[in-house]
Design a protein around this ligand. Structure first.
Ligand code: NDP
Ligand code: MG
Length: 387
């Protein structure tokens, strides 16, 4: 069979997902070439990556980074500055697959641009689906673009659905590790430090998603992500706690049969699947040893202890841009917690208060989402300044 080399754009190449993707790509020059790399401000790392992968384009978000890279990179690599340049390249560039791995709602516009440019997308940036899932999935359908999940739970479901019919799905079951505070009593949450919250039991990830995993906001976002990716009502999406992170998620069908995807907790597996789709890529892996696992545990999530989860269900049901508000308030709150300006528990209250103060919009369009995002950021920041 003739192999077509995929030309890739890696958005957020300096992040946890971006770096893991590049370490796969490095070993598969027959399958992949890199057209574009992008980052926010880490120009030293992207310089190294650009020298190694020789992309056609590098995009950076700071003027300092732009000047530095212009000086340091060979003329064969074009250096561009900022979001607008990135969006233009994604629309018009010679790209087969975009790995959307920017952190936060900053990933929305590039994701939309890539869809408008009819580029298939491997989506790690779940926040863009939380902010504007309806818009993204609508545009993807219109432009005949595939949105391939990178998140391990959604990759698991996607893999379970191969060869299945949508109307035969009865229920999706998303698994959650429960994060570092699964067993910590709620009355001790007030003392949680940033260092403790950044210690995820199973996964090594960027700081923001690690905090989201500690509050279970991440699982709330994954509920919303699953809602849009798989087109099922939230009533048909269950969440169970599974601290070992071996079963990555499950699908129950109308005849009672349940399929699951298992593996060691390693993001390389879902990244490989998304990059290679529809083929699987041969790759050295750490085998799953079920005997060593000994026991796999399951329990119901405690929505009273982790109210972020209930907020995600509520916002999804409410619509009118509520999940966009949820995401923006969460981004501001997590950032403030990481900077040690607020406590772990403050994050819960701030999001709730932001939702109460926010405006909502019927049938939001792209500009409404951008407006809601920026207004909510102001509201949450103001609430923080009054704490
Ligand atoms: P990181 O924080 O490690 O990396 C984020 C990347 O996005 C960096 O390259 C960063 O550039 C870039 N970036 C940040 N802000 C901006 C901005 N405003 N404009 C342009 N680029 C920006 O995050 P992760 O890799 O952990 O996560 C990326 C996405 O993948 C998130 O949406 C997350 O939810 C999702 N995800 C991650 C998983 C993981 O295991 N890490 C698992 C499942 C999903 P710079 O380095 O210059 O700051
Ligand atoms: Mg996940």
């Amino acid at each position: 069979m003739l192999k077509i080399k995929k030309k890739l754009a890696i958005l957020g190449s300096t992040g946890s997902i971006g770096k893991q993707a590049l370490s796969i790509i490095k070993t598969k020059p027959d399958l992949f070439s890199v057209f574009l790399l992008s980052c926010n401000s880490n120009y030293m790392l992207i310089l190294e990556q650009a020298n190694q992968f020789s992309p056609k384009h590098v995009v950076v978000n700071t003027m300092e980074g732009y000047r530095f890279l212009k000086k340091e990179l060979p003329g064969s690599i074009r250096v561009s500055f900022g979001l607008d340049s990135l969006c233009d390249l994604l629309k018009d560039g010679d790209i087969n697959l975009v790995l959307s791995a920017i952190m936060g709602s900053a990933g929305l516009m590039p994701t939309v641009a890539a869809i408008l440019g009819k580029k298939n997308i491997a989506i790690a940036n779940k926040e863009s689906l939380v902010v504007a899932g309806e818009l993204i999935m609508g545009l993807a359908k219109k432009h005949n673009v595939s949105i391939l999940p990178v998140d391990s739970e959604h990759s698991a479901i996607f893999q379970c659905l191969v060869g299945e019919k949508h109307d035969k799905i009865n229920r999706l079951i998303l698994t959650a590790s429960g994060g570092p505070f699964l067993k910590k009593p709620k009355h001790k949450f007030k003392d949680i430090t940033v260092k403790e919250a950044l210690k995820h039991p199973n996964w090594s990830m960027g700081n923001k998603i690690t905090i989201d995993s500690a509050t279970l906001m991440n699982k709330g976002f994954e509920l919303i992500e699953a809602f849009w990716l798989f087109g099922l009502s939230e009533k048909k999406i269950d969440i169970i706690i599974h601290p070992e992170s071996i079963i990555h998620s499950l699908v129950e069908f109308v005849d009672g049969s349940v399929k699951a995807q298992l593996g060691v907790p390693d993001m390389t597996i879902p990244i490989l699947y998304a990059l290679g789709f529809p083929s699987r890529i041969n790759y050295p892996f750490k085998p799953l040893n079920l005997v060593d696992c000994n026991r796999l545990n399951f329990s119901k999530p405690d929505k009273k202890k982790f109210p972020h989860l209930q907020l995600a269900y509520n916002c999804l049901e409410k619509g009118r841009g509520a999940t966009c508000v949820l995401n923006a308030a969460n981004e501001v709150a997590v950032d403030a917690f990481l900077k040690q300006n607020i406590s772990f528990l403050n994050m819960f209250n701030l999001i709730e208060m932001s939702l109460e103060k926010s405006i909502f919009v019927n049938n939001p369009k792209l500009e409404d989402y951008l407006y809601l995002d920026s207004e909510t950021r102001k509201i949450t920041s103001e609430l923080i300044s009054k704490l």
